[in-house]
Write a protein that binds this ligand. Structure first.
Ligand code: ADP
Length: 627
């Protein structure tokens, strides 16, 4: 097959795809609101008939005036009455249309935004960490509010234009059929060229998405309150702005090039069309001069020629815009059909069998991890390897290890945030797959290292740990007490209902350590069987961390308590210490056992202890000198 044939085939396929997607969208809108959708299509058809009806009435009115028929003024009045009626009808149609369309727009935007929200919620952590899916999500959510409605109105507009074009072309066809054929051929060729251009534009847009993300990130850094301190102190503003400007300039140059091409193509075809049209207008004028046509008919034909041409243009433009938006719709539908990597959602979607005793009412008494390894999607090396670990109710476990040794990854796998790990994870001696995974997550209270600051009230910030307790002040304060943040909350201007953070009005900003305690209260509000604290030391001073851990250990009497820490002074409080290195568990035991083992833990202990003793001797030396 020649390349021309092949590309023609591709174009035809793309038109078919557009039509299929358009019908899919009509189906979607129809499912959302049947009466409004049917009314909207009906109104568009009536609107499409209106110009030719007006034209015919006007043509007859003029012909009646000039031919002074025997019926005289009564016929003219009748036709004038019709003229008034059609104009009234036009206003009624326009008004009804604006109401119906406005409603449809709101309905479509509401439904789609919710659909996208639901889809985003169903995606797994691994999906969020996948930049391609992230791009899709960004595109889908950015454009959901206006693109689908744009597409819908374009489809409906195409119907109107088609009705107008066909009705005016019929008038013209009855007079000079070949005019219609020539106009049709010119339009067809122009549709083809513009389709090609659209594809090029779409490809540019698609390739641009990562750059869009980058430009978005630049504005985020320039405008976000979390970034502003560093941006100011490192004087990053001009650099970021320059990078942002360079990206925008690149988009601008590409857009201008495409726009130039578009204008050239459109101009060429308009010129061709206009030549044909003016020639036909001249023919009509000559026939009227030769008295083969009445003046009303001359008016009618000129109008019909203009209408056919303008509606063909509108039709082409409609199809072009439709195909452009339609490519975005394709992406949206693709996104909505994306399979999730979330283990909980997968279990629910695939309706995997759950043992009755594992669906509700169970408690986590023991966790055993047997030979678990996990490789992040897109990575070649596993981040945790062949992990064997057992944890029992009432036990506290500290996980220590250098940065990047796999501690957080192990916890995320345990929390059922990733699905594609190998090995077996057991609860109470049974594989987790036998359980309702959502129930397992509900039995885990966690404080992530990068926990959230919710720019909402203290009540929300703590209550999100267990929505059913959101309204119960006593429970909330109890959790706050465990996290030693109760006094601060009581002193806030509106207590639990004080807005936290600075994004919204009357917000009260907490310190990093206080935010962390709020996150801890959130985890404690949940009546969980397993509690996980990832690096509580990140915002807490050693004394505060120690106090918190003493409280934590006390609370963990009926649960499994796991904390990740760098500080050996904290780790030694746990009953069991697990040492990780390079994705492996290299040692485990009590503080005493590990010191005796004289391995990595003992080395970390010595380094941390020696830094203290060095500090102590320096202080002592300083004291002696100054004394
Ligand atoms: P730790 O908690 O001990 O500091 P992590 O579990 O965060 O270590 O990381 C273990 C390894 O996995 C590191 O090499 C890190 O680069 C890699 N890693 C962590 N998160 C991701 C991710 N989302 N995608 C790819 N690699 C990751």
């Amino acid at each position: 097959m020649s390349s021309v044939q092949e590309s023609t085939k591709l174009e035809v396929e793309s038109i078919w795809r557009s039509i299929r997607q358009g019908l899919k969208l009509f189906g979607l809108v129809f499912g959302m609101n049947k009466p409004y959708m049917v009314s909207s299509i009906f109104l568009h058809i009536v609107q499409g008939l209106m110009p030719v009806l007006t034209l015919i009435i006007m043509q007859n009115l003029l012909n009646s005036i000039v031919s002074s028929s025997p019926q005289g003024i009564s016929l003219i009045m009748l036709q004038f009455g019709l003229f008034i009626a059609i104009h009234v009808l036009k206003s009624v149609v326009t008004m009804s249309q604006s109401y119906v369309e406005g409603t449809l727009e709101a309905v479509l935007s509401k439904f789609l935004n919710i659909m996208i929200g639901e889809k985003s919620g169903s995606l797994g952590l691994a999906d969020y960490e996948n930049s391609e899916i992230n791009d899709q999500l960004k595109r889908a959510s950015q454009e959901a509010s206006y693109r689908p409605y744009q597409l819908y109105t374009q489809m409906a507009g195409i119907i109107s234009s088609l009705v107008t074009m066909l009705s005016s072309a019929t008038l013209l066809f009855l007079w000079k059929w070949w005019v219609v054929v020539i106009l049709f051929i010119i339009s067809l060729v122009s549709v083809y060229s513009i389709f090609k251009l659209n594809k090029e534009q779409f490809e540019i847009y698609m390739n641009r998405t990562p750059l869009y993300r980058e430009s978005w990130y630049m504005t985020y850094l320039l405008t976000n309150d979390r970034a502003v301190k560093e941006v100011k102190m490192f004087n990053l503003g001009p650099y970021l702005l320059k990078r942002y400007g360079a990206l925008l300039q690149r988009f601008f140059v590409e857009d201008r090039r495409i726009l130039g091409k578009r204008v050239r193509i459109t101009f060429l075809y308009s010129l061709l069309e206009l030549t044909v049209l003016l020639w036909v207008v001249w023919l009509a004028i000559r026939e009227t001069f030769e008295q083969k046509l009445l003046i009303g008919s001359l008016y009618g034909y000129i109008q019909a020629i203009m209408l056919t041409q303008s509606q063909m243009q509108a039709l082409i433009q409609g199809i072009v815009q439709f195909s452009q938006n339609n490519l975005y719709m394709e992406q949206l539908f693709l996104f909505l059909q994306l399979p999730t990597s979330d283990p909980v959602r997968r279990q629910q979607e695939q309706a995997l069998p759950i043992r009755p005793e594992c669906s509700t009412g169970f408690g986590i008494e023991q966790i055993s991890i047997e030979g678990v390894s996990f490789t992040y999607p897109g990575q070649t090396e596993p981040s945790i390897r062949d992990i064997h670990l057992t944890m029992d109710k009432g036990q506290t476990i500290a996980i220590v290890g250098k940065n990047g040794s796999g501690k957080s990854t192990l916890m995320k796998v345990l929390m059922q945030l990733y699905s594609d790990y190998s090995g077996v994870l057991k609860l109470n001696g049974r594989p987790v797959q036998d359980y309702d995974l959502e129930q397992i997550q509900e039995k885990i209270g966690v404080v992530f290292q990068d926990f959230m600051h919710y720019e909402m009230s203290a009540r929300h910030n703590i209550g999100f740990g267990s929505l059913e307790h959101m309204g119960q002040d006593e429970e909330l304060m109890h959790a706050a007490e465990y996290a030693a943040i109760d006094r601060i909350i009581t002193q806030l201007p509106q207590g639990l209902d004080t807005q936290l953070g600075k994004w919204f009005e009357d917000g009260y900003q907490l310190s990093g350590g206080q935010w962390q305690r709020v996150a801890i209260a959130r985890a404690f509000l949940r009546k969980a069987d397993v509690y996980i604290l990832d690096e509580p030391s990140s915002f807490l001073d050693p004394v505060a961390e120690r106090d918190l851990l003493v409280l934590f250990l006390d609370l963990m009497k009926d649960s499994i308590g796991i904390f990740i820490t760098h500080r050996i002074s904290s780790a030694r409080l746990a009953q069991k210490i697990v040492v990780m290195d390079n994705g492996l568990i290299v040692e485990q035991g009590t503080h005493r056992e590990l010191i005796l083992l004289d391995g990595l833990y003992a080395e970390m202990y010595r380094i941390q202890a020696s830094s203290f003793s060095e500090e102590d001797s320096l202080i002592e030396a300083g004291g002696r000198v100054s004394g």
